[in-house]
Ligand binder design. Structure first.
Ligand code: NAD
Length: 334
């Protein structure tokens, strides 16, 4: 079997058009576009890549986007004040608190300070709690919603299937499990695996639906770069080899791993004489890859997401759809 390659950019394009139509209807009713603000504390090159791409996606969907920056030295009180101001501003519908926050800032405490009605990433405990209740219209975490959108499009009926999630973080693995269990009668059987799971292979082999969000290769490479594995060449083989995939499974690879472009046959980074990763094709030092060995998994799966270009593009559109949802809900309570 050769799997269908799931092109997330196509679904993302369809979602964007629906969001734009609704955003323009909102503009006609309210005299302003739905507005999203990104609050960034400190600066980093990677956060600029994210905010630039959010700004482009928002503009294409007819949503206003602004970036508000606080200095690296901002205290927790400063961040709380900025979030409270955003909460009180009638012209702002949604806020993203950009991660990572500077060292020493309590991320969970700051997420709890996000106004729940404007929490477009669905990370406030009030919104996470609502995931527990079926049919509640509240902003849910974006990547889990993107996964559900893909399953609805490609997964056929979910009822009674074996769904295996690898990763149990608060923003990815756990909310995916809650969303999959949302239907009273149509839900799959859900298993959540994580770093302490014994015999991961046996779970993966039974999965009709496999959702992988561990980010393992990136973490191994990061640890090695920081010196934790100094003197060793990191083994960057994907967590899930293709031979584990059940024939006909649908495989959604959520992970984003940034690793050296040149790997040897054992999946280890090729190093130069100074033990630096060798530059890959087109002068790129780093490639983006997932947790699943795409080529060999595609021989057994019925459908599979590539990395990049699978779950990621849909995640951004869910963020914009959540902005619209928050704008429309604030409109109805006026
Ligand atoms: P996290 O580090 O918070 O959680 C990682 C999870 O993987 C944990 O539950 C951990 O127990 C599990 N895990 C680690 N090693 C494992 C192993 N060897 N076997 C089984 N389980 C293992 O990460 P996160 O924030 O949930 O993100 C996970 C991945 O998804 C990362 O690569 C991240 O970049 C990516 N991500 C992608 C998107 C997107 O839009 N595509 C959005 C968010 C996160």
């Amino acid at each position: 079997m050769t799997a269908q390659r799931i092109d997330g950019t196509v679904i993302a394009g369809e979602l964007r058009e629906k969001i734009r139509t609704r955003a323009e209807a909102f503009l006609a009713r309210e005299g302003r576009r739905p507005a999203l603000i990104a609050l960034q504390v400190g600066e980093s090159a990677s956060s600029k890549v994210y905010t630039d791409s959010q700004a482009r996606a928002a503009s294409a969907a007819s949503i206003n986007y602004q970036l508000r920056c606080l200095p690296e030295s901002a205290s927790e009180a400063d961040i709380r004040n900025a979030l409270a101001e955003i909460g009180a501003d009638d012209d702002i519908d949604g806020v993203i608190l950009q991660m990572p926050l500077p060292a020493g800032i309590d991320t969970h405490a700051m997420q709890m300070a996000i106004p729940p009605a404007k929490d477009v990433e669905g990370v406030h405990p009030e919104n996470l709690g609502k995931l527990y209740y079926r049919g509640t219209r509240s902003p849910a975490p974006c990547t889990p919603m993107a996964v559900v959108k893909l399953l609805r499009t490609y997964g056929g009926t979910l009822a009674g299937k074996e769904a295996v999630i690898i990763g149990h973080s608060e923003i990815v693995g756990k909310p995916i499990a809650m969303l999959l269990l949302a239907s009273a009668t149509e839900a799959p059987t859900v298993r959540v695996c994580h770093v302490a799971t014994r015999d991961l292979e046996s779970h993966v082999r039974e999965a009709d639906i496999l959702i992988v969000a561990a980010g393992v290769s990136g973490a191994k490479y990061g640890a090695w770069k920081r010196g934790a594995r100094d003197g060793e060449t990191p083994d960057l083989r994907p967590l899930i080899p293709g031979e584990w995939i059940k024939s006909g499974a649908i495989v959604l690879d959520v992970a984003i791993n940034r690793i050296p472009a040149v790997l040897n046959e054992q999946g280890c980074a090729v190093l130069d004489e100074e033990r630096k990763p060798v530059v890959g094709p087109e002068g790129k030092r780093i490639v983006t890859t997932g947790d699943v060995d795409y080529e060999s998994a595609a021989e057994r799966a019925s459908a599979i997401t590539p990395v990049p270009g699978g779950v990621g593009p849909i995640t951004v559109q869910v963020l914009l759809r959540n902005t619209l949802l928050c704008a429309e809900q604030r409109e109805t309570v006026k």
